[in-house]
Write a protein that binds this ligand. Structure first.
Ligand code: PBG
Length: 325
């Protein structure tokens, strides 16, 4: 058979396959989410996300040390707040005694080489379980902004390197940027949840933080999963308002949106491989239906191939350990 073009020639050995590989995963572009709780010696597994834990400070430091040994140095931190610290205005989010802020300070003191990303949204601290301020059953966009700005300044003060507004209020990146600059934190970065969808795949995360909305859903602020062009409006706004990174969330069901932002914007694009997406894969592997060491990196690779520069994933630690061998 005469054939000029035989694509299999470039697949004939591992060395050649590696040479022509178009997309690579690098641990330096992975971010590991950690759920934090107040207290000591707490390591409480999230039942809907096996292998992930609510960690007290001492335990979080152990996990971080293990990650750093495997060259994984970026973390996104989320607080699990007890009910008595929650209120309508999420006031605990900026209070001096907030264990989450103290924890960030402690991590930066013990591991200055780490990059810490915060979560800016009211839901973990809100007695209503919403990302914005609820007034008469509705989320008030403009009254939420000063609360987010105050939370953001407290996080910058605690030493977070990058702040992550995940609330989807209009104008929040600009409000946070102004507040940070006015308070002397011009160097604190913003990774905006640019295209964050009203997704069913946040379930295990809400279990971990006990942060599900007490009434209603998040559809008046998070995006409709059916929409793609709308992500470009959000990206243009976040860019103009001063974001340093754009994020798409979730990741695997939204690879087209990741690709769209990568092609049409200039900022680095992050993708949040969310709790439910990871939980599905974990469950299939625990059942023996998929092979974890093969299926997990393939999922990460597909997110990278779609155009993500940075991947936030609950698999970051396992991946870092796997490549180190
Ligand atoms: C809250 C927030 C959520 C996630 C990150 N920040 C949940 C939500 O919007 O209800 C989800 C992350 C995950 O599922 O892994 N502002």
């Amino acid at each position: 058979m005469q054939m000029n073009i035989r694509p299999r020639r470039n697949r004939k050995s591992e060395s050649i396959r590696n040479m022509v590989q178009e997309t690579r995963l690098d641990v330096s572009q992975l971010v590991y989410p950690l759920f934090l709780v107040d207290g000591e010696k707490i390591r409480n597994e999230v039942s809907s996300l096996p292998g992930n834990f609510r960690l007290s400070g001492d335990e979080a430091l152990k996990t971080i040390s293990e990650c750093v040994e495997n060259h994984l140095t970026s973390f996104i931190l989320f607080p699990s707040i007890v009910e008595e610290h929650k209120d309508k205005e999420a006031t605990y989010s900026w209070k001096k005694e907030n264990f989450y802020l103290k924890m960030a300070e402690r991590i930066k003191r013990e591991f200055p080489e780490t990059t810490l990303i915060s979560d800016v949204a009211m839901d973990p601290y809100s007695s209503d379980g919403h990302d914005g301020l609820v007034i008469d059953g509705r989320i008030d966009n403009d009254k939420t902004l000063p609360i987010l700005a105050r939370m953001a300044v407290a996080q910058a003060q605690a030493g977070f390197d990058i702040l992550g507004p995940s609330d989807m209020m209009d104008g929040r990146v600009g409000a946070i940027r102004r507040a940070l600059d006015d308070a002397g934190y011009a160097d604190t970065s913003i990774m905006s949840y640019t295209a964050k969808y009203a997704s069913a795949y946040y379930g295990p995360f809400r279990d971990a933080l006990d942060s599900a909305p007490k009434a209603g859903d998040k559809k008046t602020y998070q995006m409709n999963p059916a929409n793609k062009r709308e992500a470009l409006i959000e990206a243009a706004l976040d860019t103009a308002e001063g974001a340093d990174f754009l994020m798409v969330k979730p990741a695997l069901n939204y690879l087209d949106v990741i690709h769209l932002l990568k092609e049409n914007t200039q900022l680095p694009v992050a993708a949040y491989h969310v709790s439910g997406e990871c939980a599905m894969l974990i469950a299939a592997c625990q059942n023996g239906w998929l092979n974890y060491e093969q299926a997990m990196p393939e999922a990460l690779l597909s997110i990278k191939r779609a155009g993500a520069d940075i991947i936030i994933t609950y698999f970051a630690k396992d991946f870092a350990k796997m490549v180190k061998g």
